[in-house]
Design a protein around this ligand. Structure first.
Ligand code: CA
Length: 414
């Protein structure tokens, strides 16, 4: 333990000493909106398999400012997101201090994770979904545009993205009815009906706090606006998508549901996961040129399970564009940034076949189905399919930072 990490050492009998578990020690401390049994929703923080009310922790300290008390008083992260970076750091320091202190244990009430209800962690303002994995974009290009170069000519000059539907972002566990839409048919006329190609997209999402009314968030300023990170499953209907996407891009094939994990991992907890992104192949415009910026790639290992079978392990470290570049790009034109804005990375796919983050790629658009242990072949998601995406990242001192999971079950069409 280095002197810098000394504050993380739990005293015997402290909450951190009693309850820490791998992935959820005092070096992580993710936030959620939770309700204790019979109680109202409030902002919570997790250690091991216990959840504590953040407001109660802050009050137990006795030295907290009125502004900090107010920021954590709501039913979710909204107040804290608005308060900005200095308040986030103050709160994280205060929570750490209380959870490693044996004196504080008797004053802090904690709840078993299995007894609480979890809600959407924040109110989503605007939602942008990127396309930042070179391996994913290359695979999709080969599948959808086999007669052209797989990467479009703009791909290595800017992080491609589109504005998604914030109102259909849902929390993990929400059931996903099979969406309906226009599906291409071999005869040339589309047919209307339930999607036949329902898919997943394993992604990492980033939660914005603070605001930049004039946009133009620089690479070096990104860390002041990115509050934390969640797991994302950006459900996709590939047949609806394939018919509708020309020329304006994704629409109803994506907007029916996007699931996120309930725990928001503070970006401060991911300091040990920061890595250099892959080498750049093009000279980048100054606002995207990160050759002299601190590394903002993230070494996050994802895992995708369908019906309890692990089908993929996508590596986020292989992403070409970093979250800082995505944020700089989406604001460079002066587009305002608001507290509660949310952007996702796009499907995370590594170079290996077993590292692909969508069934489109894993089964090559259904032409090479996955052989499941039950003996069944799976191309896309059937009704009843249960998808769980998890992830961990390196923490300080050889620890891991857990993201928990984002899950969802496919229901028959309504
Ligand atoms: Ca996506």
């Amino acid at each position: 333990m280095t002197p810098a990490d000394e504050h993380l050492r739990p005293e015997p009998g402290s909450i951190a000493d009693l309850y820490s578990e791998p992935g959820f020690g005092v070096e992580n401390l993710p936030y959620a909106s939770f309700a204790p049994p019979g109680g109202n929703p409030q902002l919570g923080v997790r250690i091991g398999f216990r959840v504590l009310g953040v407001s109660a922790i802050v009050q137990s300290d006795g030295t907290a400012s009125q502004s900090l008390l107010k920021a954590v008083d709501g039913h979710n992260l909204d107040g804290l997101l608005m308060a900005g970076r200095s308040t986030w750091d103050e709160l994280r320091g205060l929570i750490t201090k209380q959870l490693v202190s044996a004196d504080a244990t008797s004053t802090l009430e904690s709840y078993d994770l299995h007894d609480v209800t979890l809600f959407m962690p924040f109110t989503v303002a605007d939602y942008v979904d990127f396309y930042a994995s070179e391996h994913h974009a290359t695979n999709v290009g080969r599948i959808f545009r086999p007669d052209q170069l797989p990467l479009t000519s703009n791909w290595k000059h800017l992080p491609i993205g589109y504005h998604g539907r914030s109102g259909t972002i849902v929390v993990s566990g929400t059931e996903i009815p099979r969406p309906k839409g226009l599906r291409p048919e071999p005869e040339g006329f589309p047919s209307f009906g339930p999607t036949r190609k329902l898919d997943i997209e394993a992604e990492i999402g980033f939660v914005i706090g603070g605001s930049a009314p004039g946009g133009e968030v620089s690479l070096s300023d990104a860390q002041n606006f990115i509050f934390g990170s969640v797991l994302v499953n950006d459900w996709s209907a590939r047949d609806i998508q394939a018919f509708e996407y020309v020329p304006l891009g994704p629409f109803l094939g994506k907007s029916f549901a996007t699931s996120i994990s309930p725990w928001v991992v503070p970006i401060a907890a991911l300091a040990s996961a920061l890595v250099e992104p892959p080498p750049r192949d093009e000279n980048l415009a100054a606002y995207l040129d990160d050759s002299r910026s601190p590394a903002f790639g993230l070494d996050i290992d994802l895992e995708v399970a369908i019906d309890d079978v692990i089908v993929s392990r996508p590596p986020f470290a292989s992403m070409y564009w970093t979250p800082a570049q995505m944020l700089a790009h989406m604001t460079v034109n002066g587009a305002s940034l608001r507290s509660g804005d949310f952007f996702a990375s796009g499907t995370v796919s590594g170079p290996g076949k077993e590292q692909r983050g969508s069934l489109l790629e894993l089964t090559w658009n259904g032409t090479d189905p996955l052989a499941m242990p039950t003996g069944e072949k799976m191309s896309f998601l059937e009704d009843g399919a249960y998808v769980v995406i998890g992830a961990t990242a390196p923490g300080p001192l050889g620890t891991r930072i857990g993201f928990g999971e984002v899950s969802g079950r496919i229901m028959p069409p309504t």
